[in-house]
Design a protein around this ligand. Structure first.
Ligand SMILES: [Zn+2]
Length: 392
């Protein structure tokens, strides 16, 4: 079975990833039975699909560093810790925490070192946690999991191919690949054919099909596939319309987009909920994590060295109710910092603008036309974007 899967993956690579450099080499392969179960639970919004705020997960991870046979090269202890800190900080806001004992398994093998591939998954792999294999910054660039919600290992290797050529290991790509292991598709899923999903279709900008098309996640805006076309301000440099003629406004900050790794910064609330429910329902993921209910004891988890900026950050914004009709409430974990709040319509036109340094605020949307909007919240160094739907 494992061999068959491997052949499939190799074929897929040749046909699909032969074309161009890609940060993510994860094949679009999935266990459709499990994914369909998640999609259906999400659509039904049944009690079987638990809200992110009511649930948290502690996931065991193992960390491997690949070096040359003589022990040279590869990630240092400090860069390995830096990578895991980024992973932890990215997942903390969505109530997913990583349990790592701090041990690094050094795999000293020049053949593996020179040619990152999924063959590394056969080395020192565990059944009770997610195995993360980290290659050298000078190795060929990319990250790879076995598929979307397929099995519990992935690797990251090399450096981004645009200036200043930052390491992909100490970047949000480490979180992007973890997203695939925890069953997330790319935000542009459905825009070109990918295997393993018989019901794929592109998401519409107006969000009307967002729970049955695209990435099946309704608070991530329709994404036509950014394909790394972002400028230094993390703005998408191309433009395009969907089949309704509506202009795309993809979120270049989302970790599951094909944005620059320097721009990827967060998972949406619904992506968090999706991953938590995957951990709760998909058999191979159930073995790797401990699910807890209610609020987590913040002293019992590690959110990386950036914890103060990530836990208290604007990423902890709550926007509700959504959809809404006349009043939106925003709550923030971090009250002291001044935050700039903007609401734009689906064409990018500014509809509302204000500043807030309170713990919560409300916005009257009675005069807004019904439809899709994007609420953008900025603090000194981060931007949080969420799709909101105003009902008639
Ligand atoms: Zn990917």
């Amino acid at each position: 079975m494992k061999k068959l899967l491997l052949i499939f993956i190799i074929l897929f690579h040749l046909t699909f990833y032969g074309q161009k450099e890609s940060i993510c080499r994860t094949p679009s392969y999935t266990n459709w039975t499990y994914m369909q179960q998640l999609i259906n639970l999400n659509i039904a919004n049944s009690s079987g699909f638990i809200n992110q705020s009511d649930m948290h997960a502690k996931v065991k991870i193992y960390v491997h560093v690949i070096r040359r046979s003589n022990g040279t090269g590869g990630q240092t202890i400090s860069s390995t810790h830096q990578a895991i800190d980024i992973l932890r900080a990215d997942f903390c806001p969505v109530n997913i925490f990583f349990d790592w004992d701090g041990e690094i398994d050094f795999i000293d093998n020049t053949n593996f070192f020179n040619s990152p591939s999924d063959l590394i998954f056969n080395v020192n792999n565990h059944n009770d946690g997610i195995d993360i294999y980290l290659f050298d910054d000078n190795a060929p660039a990319g990250g790879l999991a076995n598929g979307v919600g397929i099995s519990s290992e992935y690797y990251v290797s090399g450096s981004y191919w645009y200036y200043p050529y930052n390491s992909l290991i100490t970047s949000h790509v480490i979180s992007h690949e973890m997203g695939h292991v925890l069953s997330l598709w790319h935000t542009h899923h459905g825009t070109y054919y990918e295997g393993g999903d018989p019901s794929q279709c592109p998401e519409l900008v107006d969000g009307t099909n967002s729970s049955v098309c695209g990435d099946y996640i309704s608070d991530t805006p329709a994404d036509p596939n950014i394909q790394f076309n972002v400028n230094q301000n993390c703005e998408w440099t191309l433009s395009g319309v969907d089949s309704n003629g509506d202009f795309y406004t993809p979120d270049t900050s989302n970790i599951m987009s094909y944005s620059s790794p320097d721009c990827m910064s967060y998972f949406s609330n619904q992506q968090g909920r999706w991953m938590l429910n995957a951990l709760n329902t998909i058999p191979f993921l159930q073995n790797l994590s401990k699910i807890g209910y209610g609020a987590v004891d913040i002293n019992s988890v590690d959110c990386g060295n950036n914890s103060s900026s990530s836990i208290d950050s604007i990423k902890k914004v709550k926007v509700f109710p959504n959809p809404t009709d006349n009043i939106i409430t925003l709550t923030f974990n971090n009250a002291s910092e001044i935050k700039e709040i903007s609401i734009k319509d689906k064409f990018g036109k500014l509809i509302y603008h204000d500043f807030c340094n309170e713990k919560s605020t409300t916005i009257n949307t009675e005069t807004f036309q019904s439809g899709l909007y994007f609420i953008e919240i900025k603090d000194a160094d981060k931007t949080f974007i969420q799709k909101i739907i105003i009902q008639p």
